[in-house]
Write a protein that binds this ligand. Structure first.
Ligand SMILES: [Zn+2]
Length: 332
């Protein structure tokens, strides 16, 4: 999934790796049981030749490379997936490459790992789920360009307009903002939504904190500015590098707010997320801080609590995106 897929590999991509992995990782055991060392080595060589033939272009493997290996299947499967990803990144269509890169961004597929839970609002209706998946895969959702039901501008066939639609921007933004705040509460961080009075003087009416966390990491408080960014903006760069849109948006937010917020005695951080679900690098530290609190309450490790937290925020976001795309399509 970190390589941009859905976590559901094609059988032909994993079959030889699974077989080869089983044979290689049990070589010592085979030697012990069969007491025929030569035959075991010969069998591994035969299987590896099969892998090499099935995956021409991925690279050539040999017995020597895997002496004492323990996770051969995972290693080989990863090589195949990486090779597939590199091929996809060479697609001639810039929008396609931006989709591929957007899906490899940190946390982009986190929502796919969520275990459905009605009590925590972690479910999606089938239509919305299908639309969100189609959007992630860069598929055509519409047969032709159509008018967006939320802003009356043109909706492209792949639904990428959702990333710049002024009619839904705040719904997406608030979905993430509210989830971050409610998770912060669960973690005992006592966050406030849209806290007033952060800045002084001429800027006193501005709200640099979508979510405000008091007493954050040794400071009086952290102002978190949630930013939702179109994965398909600046296509020249987003078709070549991962996360450029999130990075640019975060820099713009810092330029606008950071100096004034710090002078007023607080900390500032953007929380950038792209429409394909990727989390900007600034999100890591905030998620970890909330994850630490959640871990204390739940008894699981901080890293696991942080991962689950990221998955829930990702899910809430994609749920709204799926609903928006589905509603525009007139799904019933
Ligand atoms: Zn629109």
């Amino acid at each position: 999934m970190s390589l941009g897929g859905l976590g559901i590999p094609r059988a032909q991509d994993i079959a030889w790796s699974a077989f080869t992995g089983s044979v290689v990782d049990t070589m010592e055991l085979q030697k012990m049981i069969l007491k025929e060392e030569d035959r075991s080595v010969e069998m591994v060589e035969r299987v590896m030749n099969g892998w090499n033939t099935a995956h021409k272009g991925v690279g050539t493997i040999s017995v020597e490379q895997f002496v004492g290996a323990e996770k051969t299947q995972r290693d080989l499967t990863y090589r195949v997936h990486e090779y597939n990803l590199e091929r996809l990144k060479k697609n001639e269509e810039a929008s396609f490459r931006a989709t591929v890169l957007g899906c490899t961004m940190n946390g982009s597929g986190a929502w796919l790992k969520v275990v459905p839970d009605r009590h925590r609002n972690l479910t999606m209706d089938p239509q919305s789920y299908a639309r969100a998946l189609q959007f992630r895969l860069g598929m055509d959702l519409y047969e032709e360009e159509t008018k967006c039901g939320f802003c009356a501008k043109m909706m492209d066939r792949r639904g990428q307009h959702a990333g710049i639609c002024t009619g839904v921007h705040y719904a997406l933004h608030n979905a993430v903002r509210n989830e971050l705040c409610s998770e912060g509460r669960r973690a005992g961080r006592q966050p406030e939504l849209e806290k007033a009075g952060i800045l002084d003087g001429a800027r006193q009416n501005e709200r640099p904190a979508d979510v405000f966390f008091p007493l954050y990491r040794g400071s009086r408080g952290l102002c978190v500015d949630v930013t939702i960014i179109n994965s398909y903006g600046d296509l020249t760069h987003s078709a070549e590098s991962v996360g450029v849109n999130a990075q640019k948006a975060a820099e713009a937010k810092r330029l606008n707010y950071e100096k004034a917020v710090v002078e007023a005695g607080w900390k500032f951080s953007p929380f950038p997320m792209e429409t394909l679900g990727g989390f900007g690098e600034e999100c890591d530290e905030i998620l970890r801080s909330i994850g630490e609190g959640l871990a204390r309450f739940s008894g699981i490790s901080t890293s696991k609590a942080t991962k689950r937290l990221q998955e829930r925020i990702s899910f809430r976001y994609q749920k709204f995106l799926g609903i928006i795309l589905s509603t525009n399509l007139g799904d019933t």
